[in-house]
Design a protein around this ligand. Structure first.
Ligand code: 5GP
Ligand code: MN
Length: 342
């Protein structure tokens, strides 16, 4: 769909009008854009007197804990029974910031059998077929939150977007663009930000809550990651950081603590690909960031069962942390050779 394409938006409008019980689902490990879109929509639909719930596949980071309505977010992996009941009783499910059922992990099973009408609002490329009957998929949007605001306005629901909803939406635009640093060259993004400011959002407070509210431990973990753990692969213009469970425990790791670490290695002169490997209980979570034409999503999809955007992607590995890093070095060389990156 093109951002100007109105047919899916008309369907969105009709489905919202015809549904009273709505469930909103962001992706696993929700980030600012996923939770911002979920709660931006939640607050808007509540204002339209809908019975609305947000169910997140797993926990969200503390730095998003200020968002209006956040206390009512149900965590699927801690409340499976209650979540299933809410989904079974709902008349409409809205997926935000993902386009494949694998992105909601175990929660995906619920929707394999479920026949509740579904809407997807997302900005990742290559949507999986039949994830939802209404697919509002616009990869050129900076963020799902930008797209959501556009869709709400086009559908005639702007009056119902409260200041609280606007703050959640702004948080998603800001976090997905690195404070309007990348993915933010379309003038429309700034028109939307201007509109959100007119609606009374406290931009500086949101920035403070998200970026200037770090725990002491998180800052020390960042120092450790950059000072002790960052490595370079000069031949492939790459750099990476690998963090073990022991290291994370040492710094009292909490969800979200490593958010943004992967961007840092990309600030090094001559580095076009940055990777962050984080050892979890049963897998290694991987984040990639790139510049200079390196397709992070293609690389992640090909070797690490992942995907995402061209310059920001993620994946995972079932190997040990050290084997994952060794494999990364080998496949990166192979990929660069095959695709003419040197
Ligand atoms: P992050 O590195 O911040 O976790 O994710 C960067 C981007 O890649 C996000 O747009 C996210 O949705 C996507 N992404 C992260 N992990 C995965 C994954 O395991 N599979 C896919 N398909 N996309 C991912
Ligand atoms: Mn996003």
């Amino acid at each position: 769909m093109n951002i100007q394409d109105k047919s899916q938006i008309d369907l969105f409008k009709t489905k919202i009008h015809n549904s009273q019980k709505v469930v909103i689902v962001p992706h696993n490990n929700p980030d600012g854009d996923a939770l911002g879109a979920a709660l931006g929509l939640f607050n808007t639909l509540q204002n339209m007197h809908k019975e609305v719930s947000v169910i997140s596949p797993n926990e969200f980071p503390d730095f998003l804990n200020w968002m209006h309505g956040v206390e009512s977010v149900l965590i699927y992996d801690k409340n499976v029974k209650q979540s299933k009941k809410l989904i079974a009783e709902s008349e409409l499910v809205i997926f935000v910031d993902f386009n494949a059922l694998s992105r909601i992990k175990l929660m995906g099973e619920v929707f394999e059998q479920d026949d509740t009408p579904r809407i997807m609002i997302d900005h990742h490329p290559f949507p999986e077929a039949n994830v939802a009957e209404v697919q509002i998929s616009v990869p050129e949007a900076s963020s799902t939150c930008e797209l959501l605001f556009h869709v709400l306005c086009e559908a005639g629901f702007k009056e119902q977007v409260t200041r609280e909803a606007a703050e959640c939406i702004y948080a998603g635009i800001m976090t997905d663009t690195g404070s309007l640093n990348y993915n933010s060259s379309r003038p429309e993004t700034y028109l939307i930000v201007a509109e959100l400011l007119r609606m009374g959002i406290d931009k500086d407070r949101i920035h403070h809550m998200i970026f200037h509210n770090n725990s002491f431990d998180r800052m020390r973990l960042l120092g450790h990651a950059l000072g002790e753990k960052m490595e370079r692969i000069p031949a492939q213009k790459a750099a990476f950081i690998a963090l073990s469970q022991d290291e994370l425990k040492r710094f009292n790791f909490k969800p979200g603590d490593t958010e943004g670490f992967v961007n840092q290695a990309l600030w090094i002169e001559g580095v076009n690909l940055s990777a962050l490997f984080t050892e979890k209980k049963d897998l290694v979570k991987i984040s990639f960031r790139s510049r200079g034409g390196f397709p992070a999503n293609k690389f992640s999809e090909q070797y690490f069962n992942g995907g995402g955007h061209y310059n920001a992607a993620g994946g995972e590995s079932k190997l040990s942390l050290s084997d994952t890093v060794e494999r990364f070095k080998v496949v990166l060389k192979e990929f660069c050779l095959a695709n003419g990156f040197d």
